[in-house]
Write a protein that binds this ligand. Structure first.
Ligand code: ADP
Ligand code: MG
Length: 685
């Protein structure tokens, strides 16, 4: 069978009980197929020895050492064991937080193989996270965990690496022989693909080379099927031409006349690109790339004006209800005075209001509808959808956008993203999309000043924040968790909401995160926009699109837990008005050099494209990830930034096959046809 058709639930595996299954479900892993598709984020090389001293250059220690003494620190319930160990390079302290029972397991004189992350703090080399196995007796066998390459998976606080590895071991043992190849040999270099073997090599490689090779091959397959899909749709689209009525640009001119500012040259350029597209006999398919706040949305509204003036309707899709609402409020200010009839459509529009709205849309009484993915739903019908605008494309899949354009007859499509990806890549990923870029920000914006602060120095940051708030400005404080976790020693939004209320007694403080009810979120955001809330405590839900020009401070604690592109998005929430704005990145004092270097990139670069490039340079080739970073598609193996070359060969191959055999009807393409039919491989989840 094909990998994606293995629907056996993970609970069929030994050791996966209800609790583990629940933890897996958080990662969207329900079936054995989901599990096998859960690619390692990186590998820990436990085969090469690294001493305490060498470990300080940002590498993970992997050493043999002897326990030389025990110490205790703290009092009462917080009394904590500290074990001193020594290897050939010197000594180091093992802080046993919550693990005082190690007193017996690590007696003086014991020799152990030790694996952990060490740093230099308080005048000593120390670690709080470490793993060990005794090696006193010559007969002691060192378990594989300490000698080989260990896969490290994206996990959650409730799911250990061990549990994931064990489940994967079983899944491979049980299903390897059943997994069929999905590529014919002609598509895998003349040799059989051996998909099961590739999965084994990906999850449990015996060398880094083996792991990288397997990942490359799986990525090729993935991108090949993606390109096969995109190219097939592209061919279908190219064969039909778009009927249109002209627009004289009057509506757009009226809206522009009403703006309190003039368009930036880049905005004018994009608008010109769009007008060119709209005068052609093919449907427009264009991507606008530009940093947060560069004015993409306004440009898209102006494109909608052209469509509406030509007598057609436009749809604007945003990734969250919050954003849809904000866009609608903006549109009301900008477009309604020019006579455009607009409506907001989300999951929370229900009952009669929903029915009425859908009727008006169908009869053409609404010119522009702004909404969430609810716009995809079947009941949504247009009189004549002429333009589909999709904001923050990375939140939606490539195929999802096609679902929206399916609601019209060859509608034009405009996609916007703030995720900086190289132009060549954008063109390949989106296959048929042309790209326009906005490089410059609207005038008068002062770049946000970014400061780094080690944890322990937050008070300085809070003091700064206090001064800004006293001056009438507003602030965001962002945390990696919603609630306190027993497993992770991290600050959480709910706890800090309470803590900050005590720290800033005179201030009005709000809390927002994804678990709150939609109405509550909307109310809180409204209060923050209106200035009634001065400090907004949140998780990264504020990442996209929120626009409050009076907010000047963005404090992110445990900044090392966030990706650079997420931090860049967060930074885009401030510096939107005329005031100098600041971002404070508070990081853990345990942070290794590489982590600090990443945060420094934020301090040194304000251009999102540069941030992305620098991030890429730092992520070494051993670190197999990036899918979450780009987040464009739910790709399992391919990294859209790093795998450009793979993408290009996969695209050429797909195009060549389809040029010969558009319907994949030839016998040599029967396997491809079967894969496409049997597994909705890259349909959206
Ligand atoms: P994006 O969609 O790229 O994040 P927006 O279109 O939301 O950016 O613009 C961000 C803010 O900048 C909005 O408040 C918008 O009104 C304002 N803005 C847009 N274009 C200009 C311009 N040319 N000059 C001044 N302000 C602008
Ligand atoms: Mg935006």
């Amino acid at each position: 069978m094909f990998l994606r058709t293995i629907t056996t639930p993970v609970t069929d595996l030994k050791g996966v009980g209800p609790a583990t299954a629940k933890a897996f479900a958080v990662l969207d892993i329900r079936t054995v197929a989901d599990l096998l598709l859960h690619a390692p984020r990186s590998y820990e090389d436990r085969s090469t020895p690294v001493s305490f001293a060498e470990g300080l250059s940002g590498r993970t220690v992997n050493t043999e050492c002897t326990v030389i003494a025990h110490d205790w620190f703290g009092f009462g319930r917080k009394r904590t064991l500290k074990v001193w160990a020594e290897d050939q390079s010197g000594r180091a302290a093992l802080n046993c937080f919550g693990r005082n029972f190690l007193e017996q397991k690590l007696p003086e004189g014991r020799r152990v193989r030790l694996y952990g992350q060490f740093s230099y703090r308080f005048g000593e080399i120390q670690a709080s996270v470490f793993d060990f196995t005794p090696i006193d007796d010559p007969g002691d066998t060192i378990p594989e965990d300490f000698t080989g390459l260990l896969p490290v998976y994206p996990a959650t606080a409730d799911l250990s690496q061990k549990a994931i590895r064990s489940a994967l071991h079983q899944a491979l043992n049980r299903f390897s022989s059943a997994i069929e190849d999905e590529l014919p040999p002609s598509c895998s270099g003349g040799e059989p693909q051996q998909k099961a073997q590739l999965l084994n090599s990906l999850h449990f490689p015996s060398s880094m080379d083996e792991a990288l090779e397997a990942r490359r091959k799986l990525a090729w397959e993935e991108l090949f099927f993606l390109q096969l899909g995109i190219t097939r749709r592209g061919l279908a689209q190219r064969n039909t031409s778009r009927k249109r009525r002209p627009s004289a640009g009057k509506l757009a001119a009226a809206v522009i006349d009403n703006l309190p500012f003039s368009l930036t040259p880049d905005q004018e350029g994009v608008l010109e690109d769009i007008r060119q597209d709209l005068s052609s006999s093919r449907a427009m398919a264009r991507l606008i790339q530009g940093d947060v706040g560069s004015g993409k949305t306004l440009t898209a509204f102006l494109a909608a004006c052209e469509t509406i003036e030509a007598g057609e309707q436009a749809a604007f899709m945003a990734p969250t209800e919050l954003l849809a609402r904000q866009h609608a409020e903006n549109a009301a200010k900008l477009l309604e005075p020019a006579g455009i009839r607009l409506a907001l459509f989300t999951g929370s529009v229900t009952g009669d209001a929903r029915r009425l709205l859908l009727e008006e849309l169908k009869s053409g009484h609404i010119d522009l509808i702004i909404g969430t993915h609810a716009l995809f739903s079947e009941e949504v019908e247009f009189r004549q959808l002429g333009l589909a605008i999709i904001d923050e494309q990375q939140r939606f899949g490539v195929l999802q956008r096609l679902a929206l354009t399916g609601k019209g007859d060859q509608p034009d499509m405009l996609v916007m993203t703030a995720t900086p990806i190289p132009r060549t890549l954008a063109m390949t990923v989106f296959g048929d999309l042309a790209v326009s870029r906005i490089h410059t920000m609207p005038p008068g914006r002062k770049p946000v000043i970014t400061h780094l602060a080690a944890m322990g120095k937050e008070e300085k940051v809070y003091h700064w924040l206090e001064k800004e708030v006293e001056a009438g400005r507003q602030a965001y404080c962002v945390y990696p968790l919603i609630q306190e976790s027993s497993k992770l020693d991290l600050k959480d939004a709910e706890g800090m909401y309470e803590a900050l209320r005590k720290r800033f007694p005179g201030c009005s403080i709000g809390l927002i995160h994804s678990r709150l009810r939609e109405e509550q979120k909307i109310e809180t955001m409204h209060d923050f926009s209106a200035g009634a809330i001065q400090i907004l405590v949140s998780t990264s839900v504020v990442e996209v699109g929120v626009d409050v020009p009076n907010a000047t401070c963005m404090v992110v604690e445990h900044a090392e837990r966030f990706g650079l592109s997420a931090l860049h998005q967060l930074r885009g929430r401030v510096g939107r008005g005329r005031y100098q704005s600041y971002m404070f990145l508070v990081y853990s004092p345990d942070l290794a050099d590489e982590g600090k270097q990443r945060l420094k990139v934020m301090k040194e670069h304000s251009d999102g494209f540069l941030v992305a490039e620098e991030d890429l340079k730092i992520r070494g080739p051993g670190n197999i990830s990036g899918v979450e970073q780009t987040g464009f598609l739910k790709l399992r193996f391919a990294d859209l930034v790093r795998d450009t070359d793979i993408m290009l060969t996969a695209r050429d191959k797909a195009a060549a096959i389809l040029a010969e055999d558009p319907g994949l009807l030839q016998p040599e393409n029967s396997l491809l046809r079967r894969v496409i039919q049997r597994t909705a491989a890259y349909e959206e989840d």
